[in-house]
Write a protein that binds this ligand. Structure first.
Ligand SMILES: C[S@@+](CC[C@H](N)C(=O)[O-])C[C@H]1O[C@@H](n2cnc3c(N)ncnc32)[C@H](O)[C@@H]1O
Length: 195
């Protein structure tokens, strides 16, 4: 399966609370380390690159599904999103994204919920970002796809590259069209629009 031409490295500086570097700069992402999402994993970096290429995200409402530290939701806010909702099944991750929002001075625009896609049924976002390993994003496509409004976008990552065709097919069946795809590490990152 072909990959879209490479993007420049993402422009964010990932930091940690108490690193002594002072107040966050406009593209700093301060994440605390008790959940997944330190910024070093290839899938996270790939999502950050695609998000940066989509900027500006002025006024958009973003869902960060499988949010871990909240790094992708924070990145969306740094790029102008009006608000981001972090959702994770792991309560420790929810606590982590909450602390990240506060550390970045973005707590008023970053909200948090423990749960999964099915808990959000009926809600719709301009942009859904989901970096989740395993086959959940394939198995739950009928639940995840409608979380993007019609004309909205989904940025999906974490699925092994060998399942990229299955991921695409599952979302095509929900009316989504692939815009670009990348293969960070052993995984795929796919940007789609929902028709
Ligand atoms: C690979 S980490 C991604 C963290 C962060 N978004 C990033 O890109 O670095 C996946 C996250 O998804 C969460 N997760 C796993 N299954 C989930 C599900 N069914 N619904 C919501 N979150 C889930 C995990 O707890 C974990 O925090």
């Amino acid at each position: 399966m072909s990959s879209t031409p490479p993007l420049p490295a993402h422009p964010f500086r990932v930091r940690h609370p108490g690193d002594g570097l002072g107040a966050p700069a406009p593209l700093d992402l301060i994440v605390e380390g008790s959940a997944f999402g330190s910024g070093t994993h290839p899938t996270t970096m790939s999502c950050l690159e695609v998000l940066a290429a989509l900027a500006p995200l002025e006024g958009l409402r973003v869902l960060d599904l499988g949010s871990g530290t909240g790094i992708l939701g924070l990145a969306a806010l740094r790029l102008g999103a009006a608000g981001a909702l972090c959702v994770d099944v792991n309560p420790e991750a929810v606590a982590s994204s909450l602390r990240s929002g506060e550390a970045n001075g973005l707590a008023d625009r970053l909200s948090h919920r423990a749960g999964t896609a099915s808990d959000l049924a009926g809600e719709a976002f301009d942009l859904v970002v989901a970096n989740i390993g395993g086959e959940l994003l394939i198995d739950e496509a009928a639940c995840v796809a409608p979380l993007a409004r019609r004309g909205g976008r989904l940025l999906l990552s974490g699925v092994l590259s060998g399942y990229a065709a299955d991921l695409q097919a599952a979302y095509a069946a929900q009316g989504c069209r692939v815009v670009e795809r990348r293969f960070p590490g052993a995984c795929c990152t796919i940007l789609m629009t929902r028709g």
